[in-house]
Design a protein around this ligand. Structure first.
Ligand code: GSH
Length: 301
C-alpha cells in the first residue's frame, strides 16, 4: 500500500522522540491512491524528517521547509537461504530486487513512477545469503533485478525499463518524438561507460579521472531546452542514471571532496529536479551505509 501525504507543522515542543518534546504534525492532505483522509501524524526524528508514525504505522519521510511530504510503502523483508520460495508462476507479477542495488533501483523507480505498486510486488532477495531456488527456479543468472510476469522471467535493468513501459499502464517513460527516442538510445548506451569510468577512477585519482563522465552528462543536458531532464521531460533515461549519479555524488564528495556539480549547472539542476520525484525519493540509498561499503570495496578501508 502506498500513502502520499503532505503535512504542516502545527506545534514544536522540544527535540526528541518519546521525550517531553515531540513535534506534532497534522495532515493537510493525504491520498491512499485516490482517497482523501485526515489523520494525526507525529514526527519522530525532528529536524531530519526521516521516520515517523501515521496512525501507528512507520513511514519514511522528507522534510521540506515546514512542509512534510512522505511516500510510504511497506517494504517486505529479504528472503534468504532459509526462506521458502513464493508461489512461483501463479499469476502474480514480482520484481526480485535487493534494496541497495542501483540496477534493481532503476526498475523500482519505474514501477513507482508508473503507479504500479499494487500490480508489481517487490520480492527482495538477500544477495549475501541467496536462496538456492532463486537461481534454480527463477533466474539462472542469479542476479537482481528480474521480473516475473506472464509466466516468464525477464532480467537486465535497462531491458526492464522498456518492458515496464511497453507492458504496463501509467505515465509513459519515453516520449513519442523520434529524435528524443534516438537520443535516449545514445544516452542509455553511455550508462555502462559512465559507470566504468567512475568505478575505475575510485581506484586511482578519482577527482581527476571521473570528470569526463560528468562532462558528458552536462553536455547531454543541454540538448533539449523544454525541461531539466535528459529528454526535456522525465523519462527512463533519467531513471537509468539517477541511482548511479546518486552514489557517485555521495562517495566522490566524501572520499575526494570532489563536487560533481561544480562548474556543471545543468547537472546540478538535474539532480535537484530528480530529487523532487517521489517515485525516486523513496528508493534512495542510505548515504552512510554506501560510504562504508564503498570505502571497504574500493579503498580497502
Ligand atoms: N546488467 C545487470 C546487472 C545486475 C547486477 O549486477 N546486479 C547485482 C546487484 S547490484 C547482482 O545481482 N549481483 C549478484 C551477482 O553478481 O552474483 C542489470 O543491468 O540488471
Amino acid at each position: 500500500m502506498v500513502v502520499v501525504v503532505s503535512a504542516v507543522l502545527l506545534q514544536r515542543r522540544g527535540t526528541g522522540p518519546g521525550e517531553e518534546g515531540q513535534e506534532r504534525l497534522a495532515e493537510r492532505t493525504a491520498s491512499d491512491r485516490g482517497g482523501e483522509r485526515e489523520r494525526p501524524l507525529e514526527l519522530r526524528s525532528p529536524g531530519t524528517g526521516v521516520a515517523g508514525v501515521v496512525g501507528g504505522d512507520e513511514f519514511l519521510g522528507f522534510l521540506d521547509g515546514d512542509e512534510f511530504t512522505y511516500v510510504k510503502e511497506d517494504l517486505p523483508p529479504y528472503l534468504d537461504s532459509t526462506s521458502e520460495p513464493p508461489p512461483l508462476f501463479d499469476g502474480t507479477t514480482r520484481l526480485y530486487t535487493y534494496y541497495p542495488c542501483p540496477f534493481a533501483q532503476r526498475v523500482w523507480i519505474a514501477r513507482n513512477y508508473k503507479g504500479l505498486q499494487d500490480k508489481i510486488k517487490l520480492v527482495p532477495i538477500d544477495l549475501k545469503n541467496r536462496p538456492a531456488w532463486y537461481r534454480e527456479k527463477v533466474y539462472p543468472e542469479n542476479k537482481v533485478p528480474s521480473l516475473e510476469h506472464n509466466n516468464k522471467i525477464t532480467g537486465e535493468s535497462l531491458v526492464l525499463l522498456k518492458y515496464l513501459d511497453d507492458n504496463f499502464e501509467g505515465p509513459k517513460l519515453l516520449p513519442n518524438d523520434h529524435f528524443k527516442q534516438q537520443f535516449a538510445e545514445e544516452l542509455l548506451a553511455y550508462t555502462d561507460t559512465l559507470n566504468k569510468i567512475v568505478y575505475t577512477s575510485f581506484k586511482g585519482d578519482a577527482a581527476k579521472e571521473a570528470g569526463s563522465a560528468f562532462d558528458y552528462l552536462e553536455t547531454a543536458l543541454h540538448k533539449f531546452e523544454d525541461g531539466p531532464f535528459f529528454l526535456g521531460q522525465f523519462s527512463l533515461v533519467d531513471i537509468a542514471y539517477a541511482p548511479f549519479v546518486e552514489r557517485f555524488q555521495i562517495f566522490l564528495q566524501d572520499a575526494w571532496k570532489y563536487d560533481i556539480t561544480a562548474g556543471r549547472p545543468k547537472l546540478a539542476t538535474w539532480i535537484e529536479e530528480v530529487n523532487k520525484i517521489d517515485a525516486y525519493k523513496h528508493t534512495k540509498c542510505d548515504p552512510e551505509e554506501l560510504i562504508q561499503t564503498y570505502k571497504q570495496r574500493f579503498l580497502g578501508q
